[in-house]
Design a protein around this ligand. Structure first.
Ligand code: M6R
Length: 611
C-alpha cells in the first residue's frame, strides 16, 4: 500500500511526479505529498496534505522548476490521516527527505534511541525514523551513501524508499525490501515507481530492483548496489502497456470500464493458448516443467480476497477433471498452519498485483518446504511473478479500480487452462479437453451478451439500494461466485452482506431472513440446480426477497422469485465466468446509487503490501 514515484532528468519533474501519483493513487489515497528541488535557486518545494491528488493539484504550485521530484500517496498504517503524517518526511535539519511504502517494524525502538540523542519528530509515522537515522549516521562521520547503507541495516520490516538530500541535490536514491520499486530509464531520464503505470509516462524500459538493491541515480546514470555495498545487476524488462491505457476512456469510473473489459481480457488471456486439435492448453512457461508436473499428486492454491474466490472455483474443477486432490488457502493463514507439503505438491499463487504481502509470504513458506511453485499473476515483472519459478500471466491489462473484476475472470480462465494442462497429462480424454476449449472460445461473446443487460441490472441495483443487508448464495460453482459478489458489495457500497453455500442456510443463517434481508441466489441450470431451487423455496417461505441468476430460457424461476437475471448457457465449470458479470455490475451500480467512491472505496488500497 502507498504509492511512491520519483523523477530525475532534463524535464520539469513535478508534473511528471504528480501524473505518476494519479496513476498510483489506487494504492492508497488518504494523503498526498511531493518534494521538488529547483537546482538553479537551490530551493526545496515541499507540499503535502490529506486528500486526493485532484484536490491537491488545485493548490499545489505545479509550475515549480527543477528536474528532481519525489511524491507519495498514502494508505495510513501508523498515525492518523493528517498533514504531519503525510510524506515526504524529513530529518531535524530538513535536508534529508524520504517517501516510503511499507512498514518499519522496529521503528519504535529506533525512534526511542534517536529521541534520546535529541532528534525531534513531528509525525507518528514509522517512516520518519529513516531520515533521522541517516542524519544521525552522518553526524557520526559517515559519508551520505554509507549513512544510507548503515540505516538500511538498522531498519527491519518492508520498505520501498526514495531518499533525497539537499546537500547532494543531483542524486536520487531508491531502495526496496519486500515492497515493490521499479526503475524506468531511457538513459537520459530516470523514474522510480511502485508499479509500471507511471513509468510509461517516460519510457517502456525498466529495471526490476530486487530485495536489498539500492539504486543511486543522477542525470548521468545509475549505480546499483546491495545493502552490503556490492555491485549488483537488475533484471531488465519492457513494460507492456502505455500510460494511455490507464485512462477511463468514456466510462465514469475505472471499475465500470474494467467490468466492460472482461470479455476482451478473457480473449487476451486465451489468445494462443488453446490447442484445440490436442484438447490441451499451450502454456509456454510451464513446458520445461512438464516432467515434474506429471509427478504432482496434490495442488494447493493460495491467494487473498477476490483471487482466493477464483481459487475456490478452481478447487471444484481441478478435482472433477484433473482428479488431483486440491485445497485452497488464504495467504494470510497459510504459513501459520503447518501445511503438509512435499516435492510432489504443486503450489499455485494467484494475484492480480503480484505484490500482495500475505501471498508472497506463503510462497516463501511453500518454497522452503520443497513445493513446485507457480504463479497466476496479472502485473508483469511484479514481485510474485519473479518469486515463483514459472507461471501464467493473466493478460487482463492494467486494473486500476480497487475492486478486482476483470483480473478475477482471467484468473478463473487461467486456472481452467492450468487444469487442462494437468488433466490431459492424466485421465482426461481428447474429446473432453476439446469440448471445454471450444466452449472457452465462445465465452467472450457470451460475456458481452450479459453486459448488454447493464441497464436492467442498474435498475435492479437502484431498486434494491434501500436494503441494508444481503445474502449471496450458491452451491458448487455458485458458492465462490456468491463470495465474490458479496465482497464486491461490501467493499464498493459499504453494505453488509454475507455469502453462504445455499445448503448451509438451514443450519443457522436462515434465522435472519425476513422481508428486509434480500438474497441474491446463483441458480444456473447445472448439476445442483434443483437443490438450489429448494433453498430458494425455503427463503421465500420466510418472506425473503430473492434475485436469482439463472440460465437463459429457464422461465421456471419467474413465478418463484422477485427478480431474475439471465446468463447464457455454458458448461457447468465455466458458469462462474458468466455468472459473476451481473454481480460485478450490481455492486457497481448499487454503490453509485449510494454515492460511493467506487474506484477508491474508503479504508482500502489496491495493492496490499503489508501483512
Ligand atoms: O493483487 P491481489 O490479487 O493479490 O489482491 C488480493 C486482494 O487484496 C484483492 O483481490 C482484494 O480482495 C480486492 N479489493 C477485491 O476486489
Amino acid at each position: 500500500m502507498c504509492g511512491i514515484v520519483g523523477y530525475i532528468g532534463p524535464k520539469r519533474a513535478l508534473p511528471i511526479v504528480i501524473d505518476g501519483l494519479k496513476r498510483l493513487e489506487y494504492r492508497g489515497y488518504d494523503s498526498i505529498g511531493v518534494l521538488a528541488y529547483d537546482q538553479e535557486k537551490k530551493e526545496i518545494y515541499l507540499e503535502k496534505q490529506p486528500g486526493r491528488v485532484q484536490e491537491f493539484i488545485k493548490t499545489a504550485q505545479l509550475d515549480k522548476k527543477g528536474g528532481l521530484a519525489i511524491g507519495h500517496t498514502r494508505w495510513a498504517t501508523h498515525g492518523l490521516v493528517t498533514r504531519e503524517n503525510s510524506h515526504p518526511h524529513g530529518d531535524c535539519q530538513k535536508k534529508i527527505f524520504v517517501v516510503h511504502n511499507g512498514i518499519i517494524e522496529n521503528f519504535q525502538e529506533l525512534k526511542d534511541a534517536l529521541l534520546k540523542k535529541g532528534h525531534v519528530f513531528v509525525s507518528q509515522t514509522d517512516t520518519e525514523v529513516v531520515p533521522h537515522l541517516i542524519e544521525e549516521r552522518q553526524k557520526q562521520g559517515l559519508p551520505y551513501r554509507e549513512a544510507i547503507m548503515q540505516t538500511l541495516k538498522d531498519v527491519r520490516g518492508s520498505f520501498a524508499l526514495l531518499i533525497f538530500n539537499k546537500e547532494e541535490p543531483d542524486l536520487l536514491v531508491g531502495t526496496r525490501f519486500s515492497s515493490p520499486l521499479i526503475l524506468g530509464t531511457n538513459d537520459q531520464e530516470f523514474i522510480f515507481a511502485s508499479d509500471p503505470t507511471p513509468i510509461g509516462l517516460v519510457t517502456k524500459n525498466v529495471l526490476y530492483l530486487n530485495d536489498g538493491d539500492v539504486a543511486f541515480v543522477s542525470e548521468k546514470g545509475y549505480e546499483l548496489k546491495s545493502f552490503l555495498s556490492e555491485k549488483v545487476e537488475a533484471k531488465r524488462g519492457v513494460i507492456d502497456f502505455t500510460a494511455g491505457e490507464a485512462d477511463k476512456g468514456n466510462f465514469p469510473d475505472f471499475m465500470l470500464k474494467e467490468i466492460f473489459e472482461e470479455p476482451l481480457a478473457l480473449e487476451n488471456t486465451l489468445r494462443g493458448r488453446l490447442l484445440i486439435n490436442e484438447g490441451k492448453a499451450k502454456l509456454g512457461g510451464l513446458e520445461p516443467l512438464e516432467p515434474r508436473l506429471r509427478e504432482v499428486n496434490r495442488v494447493i492454491l493460495v491467494a487473498c480476497g477476490t483471487a482466493s474466490y477464483a481459487a475456490l472455483a478452481a478447487e471444484y474443477f481441478f478435482e472433477e477433471y484433473a482428479e488431483i486432490p486440491t485445497e485452497v488457502d488464504l495467504g494470510s493463514e497459510f504459513r501459520y498452519r503447518k501445511p503438509i507439503i512435499d516435492n510432489q505438491t504443486l503450489f499455485v499463487a494467484i494475484s492480480q498485483s503480484g505484490e500482495t504481502a500475505d501471498t508472497l509470504a506463503a510462497i516463501k513458506e511453500a518454497k522452503t518446504k520443497g513445493a513446485l511453485t507457480l504463479g497466476i499473476v496479472n502485473v508483469v515483472g511484479s514481485t510474485i511473478a519473479r518469486q515463483v519459478g514459472a507461471g501464467i500471466y493473466s493478460h487482463a491489462g492494467p486494473e486500476l479500480a480497487v475492486a478486482s473484476t476483470k483480473a478475477f475472470t482471467t484468473q478463473i480462465a487461467d486456472l481452467v487452462l492450468l487444469m487442462l494442462f494437468l488433466a490431459r497429462e492424466r485421465k482426461m480424454s481428447l474429446v473432453a479437453g476439446q469440448e471445454i476449449m471450444n466452449e472457452l472460445r465462445k465465452l467472450p461473446e457470451k460475456m458481452r451478451s450479459v453486459l448488454l443487460q447493464a441497464d436492467k441490472i442498474k435498475a435492479l441495483a437502484e431498486k434494491y439500494s434501500v436494503y441494508k443487508n444481503f445474502f449471496y448464495l450458491g452451491r458448487k460453482y455458485g458458492f465462490p461466485m456468491a463470495l465474490e459478489g458479496s465482497l464486491k458489495l461490501k467493499e464498493c457500497a459499504y453494505i453488509h452482506s454475507e455469502a453462504y453455500p445455499s445448503g448451509e442456510m438451514k443450519h443457522g443463517p436462515i434465522a435472519i431472513v425476513d422481508e428486509d434481508f434480500p438474497s441474491i441466489v446463483l441458480a444456473p441450470q447445472d448439476s445442483v440446480y434443483e437443490k438450489v431451487v429448494s433453498n430458494i423455496q425455503e427463503i421465500k417461505a420466510r418472506k425473503g426477497k430473492v434475485i436469482a441468476v439463472t440460465t437463459a430460457g429457464n422461465q421456471d424461476l419467474e413465478k418463484l422469485v422477485d427478480d431474475v437475471i439471465y446468463i447464457p448457457q455454458t458448461l457447468e465449470l465455466l458458469t462462474p465466468l458468466l455468472a459473476i458479470v451481473p454481480l460485478h455490475l450490481f455492486a457497481y451500480y448499487l454503490a453509485k446509487k449510494l454515492g460511493r467512491d467506487v474506484d477508491r472505496p474508503r479504508n482500502l488500497a489496491k495493492s496490499v503490501t503489508v501483512e
